[in-house]
Design a protein. Structure first.
Length: 285
């Protein structure tokens, strides 16, 4: 496995792979890799001839008060992990490689970015969409792999690829969780032992939401009230808990089909997100 740090290097590798008719898979990450990323890499290795893992902490998706400076950077450990899983190349560019001059061209996906995290992180998805467009142009993959935990991000990237006719498929892989249900995230390492236990409120509330829907409850407003108590604890602040249509991400006033229940919470100073796709079940007879 090789670590490539310049656009010219990765393009040369991709050109040779294309000439050899190899299928290329891309797993875009910001590093600090965990088993959630591992699941994406494994699927890419299974489906593609060449797997590229990009590791780039993208500054344009962080707001002024967010955790860009302290975001974990563990390239050596990440490289060992990628090699163990069978990835072929790591693309780990510097900020200067990706943004060599003032960026004047941006990708903005409308509507899908207005709610959920987009309402609380202005400019975040503009940065995400732009850096993914750049990575897709640089690596030219046949498929790119994203996690369901970042459901809004996945929906935004799928729409961008569709609307701009990128010649690749977006594969969305299931959320990977610890045994207690907490979704794996690079930010989990910020949590103290006490905060780690408090963070379970996120998954517990989503599970309660699923139970209520499967029991026949159809009004999102009532469900949100029913799960509010999970977040009523010290050092826990609910940012949002929404029930939306899975593809448009539009809020629902009544549940009549599959839904996405999505939430964001701050535990101490750490912001966490999670979601569940819930299929409508008929009420018990």
């Amino acid at each position: 496995m090789e670590i490539l740090t310049t656009i010219s290097e990765i393009r040369q590798k991709v050109k040779a792979a294309r000439f050899a008719a190899k299928q290329i898979g891309l797993v875009p990450t910001m590093g600090a890799l965990h088993e959630g990323h591992g699941a994406l890499i494994r699927q890419a290795v299974e489906e593609c001839d060449i797997v590229v893992v990009s590791i780039f902490v993208n500054p344009t998706q962080f707001g002024p008060q967010e955790d860009l400076a302290r975001y974990p950077r563990t390239l050596q450990a990440d490289a060992q992990y990628c090699e163990k899983l069978g990835a072929h190349w790591i693309f780990a560019p510097s900020v200067e490689q990706m943004y060599p001059q003032e960026q004047l061209t941006w990708v903005h996906v409308e509507k899908l970015t207005e709610g959920l995290c987009g309402a609380h992180r202005p400019g975040h998805f503009r940065g995400v969409a732009t850096v993914c467009a750049k990575l897709f142009n640089i690596v030219q993959p046949d498929a790119a792999y994203f996690g369901q935990k970042d459901a809004q991000q996945a929906a935004v990237i799928q729409k961008m690829v569709q609307d701009l006719n990128f010649p690749l498929e977006i594969r969305v892989c299931p959320t990977v969780r610890d045994k207690d249900g907490l979704a794996l995230s690079s930010r989990n390492q910020y949590l103290s032992k006490t905060d780690r236990k408090k963070a379970l409120c996120l998954y517990q509330a989503l599970q309660k939401c699923r139970e209520l829907i499967e029991a026949g409850h159809r009004e999102p407003a009532q469900i949100r009230l029913a799960v509010k108590s999970f977040f009523d604890q010290p050092d826990v602040s609910l940012e949002y808990f929404e029930i939306v249509e899975p593809h448009t991400l539009q809020p629902l006033t009544e549940i009549s089909g599959p839904v996405l229940a999505a939430a964001a919470v701050r535990v101490g100073t750490t912001r966490l997100i999670d979601n569940l796709l819930i299929d409508l079940q008929p009420p018990p007879a």
